[in-house]
Write a protein that binds this ligand. Structure first.
Ligand SMILES: Nc1ncnc2c1ncn2[C@@H]1O[C@H](COP(=O)(O)OP(=O)(O)O)[C@@H](O)[C@H]1O
Ligand SMILES: [Mg+2]
Length: 393
């Protein structure tokens, strides 16, 4: 069928034609934002899930929701090698500049901008990647100690006061939070704790890999009380079906039920895979309904496409010893697996593999669901590893 009309959209962070199965968590976040906007308490929300499950697109959708409801937002992503202050500062500045155009918030927004200037100046020594335009001179004593923990508290408090004066919530959206270094995470948690204690309308809505709750708890033991960690899993059968069927129906195209069953089975309901399969099924079909045969052809093409993109970009970032570790895990199946069992496959001592395992966790490739257990953060990665490295060594 006409590839120009193909509605499916595989790709990291690419909005799907139908955002299936996420209404509940969207509503949870909407309620939290509206509550803090009127001075009630609400926990910040950190969505966790494997790669390709739809965290980024959901975060973006929630940001649009919040803006449509009139709130201030900022959006950042934590890359592996940047400091938290450096990713927050420019975004905070923009949010404050917008707030300063609200008459009732103007003075406090300008004060927070002065705070930001002091913050950036004082912390530049330690975090030399901070780059932010300064609109005001620093206010001596405001967020300018040069200590992230206390300065971020001061700064977020000043920002929260400005938002409060403007009668709006300020919602901080941050993706890939698992990459934020432990001490910076701890400072961020402390700062959010302060704004919540002061009932200031600041909320964090974040996303990260499944290791995030553990990292947060390690950074600050009270993090669990401050945050909700909704788990985004694969879509249930009816949701996965909706993700495929509804966009096609918009184009007056149907799926044969058997074709649909095949796609749901092969993708296990993972959103990224659903988009990839949907796209290829559409392209393989000559007419509606999309048939089982079309989907069988699509399976090969979708798998090949994933192998060259979704899986490949992750694989290429691994060193040879990391690849061997992942391949040994794959030998045991989807997982999770005991570290001892993985070592046994590799005919090595568990201890000697600990550094490789730590590296893989830091790179966000694997995580530890419970002590001594290891699992992939990318769904179906075990099958990819076997395809791409047929033998163990
Ligand atoms: N709820 C959903 N329904 C259908 N497709 C989705 C859904 N969420 C995400 N997708 C699709 O899955 C892919 C991956 O989404 P993304 O947000 O990048 O995942 P993550 O950030 O968790 O790795 C994108 O192609 C997106 O269009
Ligand atoms: Mg993402």
């Amino acid at each position: 069928m006409d590839p120009i009309r193909n509605p499916y959209s595989p790709g990291a962070g690419t909005q799907p034609p139908e955002l299936a199965g996420r209404d509940e968590v969207r509503e949870q976040v909407r309620i939290a934002i509206e509550r803090i906007a009127i001075g009630r308490s609400a926990k910040s929300v950190l969505m966790i899930g494997l790669r390709g499950v739809g965290k980024t697109v959901l975060l973006d959708r929630m940001k649009l929701d919040a803006e449509a409801a009139g709130h201030q937002t900022l959006r950042a992503e934590a890359p592996e090698d940047r400091s938290l202050p450096s990713i927050l500062a420019p975004q905070l500045r923009q949010a404050l500049l917008r707030l300063s155009r609200v008459e009732s918030a103007k003075n406090l927004a300008n004060r927070a901008l002065a705070g930001l200037a002091g913050f950036a100046k004082a912390l530049k020594v330690k975090y030399d990647d901070i780059e932010v335009g300064l609109d005001f001179d620093p206010e001596p004593g405001l967020a300018d100690n040069g200590d992230l923990e206390s300065d971020l508290q001061d700064l977020l408090e000043a920002v929260g006061q400005a938002a409060q004066a403007g009668g709006k919530a300020l919602v901080i959206f941050i993706d890939e939070l698992q990459y934020v270094a432990g001490d910076q995470l701890a400072s961020f948690i402390t700062a959010l704790h302060r704004t919540s204690q002061r009932q200031l309308p600041v909320l964090l809505v974040g996303a990260g890999l499944p290791q995030l709750p553990g990292r947060m708890g390690k950074a600050k033991s009270y993090a669990e009380r401050l945050f909700d960690f909704p788990f985004l899993g694969p879509l249930k059968c009816d949701q996965a079906a909706a993700a495929l069927v509804n966009p096609a129906r918009e184009e007056e195209v149907e799926f044969d039920p058997k074709a649909l069953d095949l796609i749901i089975r092969e993708t296990e309901g993972y959103p990224y895979f659903l988009q990839e399969w949907g796209k290829h099924a559409w392209d393989c079909a000559d007419e509606s309904p999309i048939s089982l045969r079309d989907c069988e052809d699509a399976s090969h093409l979708a798998t090949a496409a994933l192998d060259e993109s979704f899986f490949r970009v992750r694989f290429d970032r691994m060193t040879p010893s990391e690849k061997r570790y992942l391949r040994a895990m794959a030998e045991l199946g989807a997982g999770p697996h005991r570290s001892g069992d993985i070592a046994e496959v590799m005919q090595r001592e568990v201890q000697s593999l600990a550094p490789v395992r730590s590296k893989l966790i830091a790179k966000g490739m694997i995580w530890s669901p419970s002590h001594g257990d290891t699992a992939f953060t990318v769904p179906l990665f075990d099958q990819f590893m076997k395809r791409t490295m047929p033998s163990l060594s």
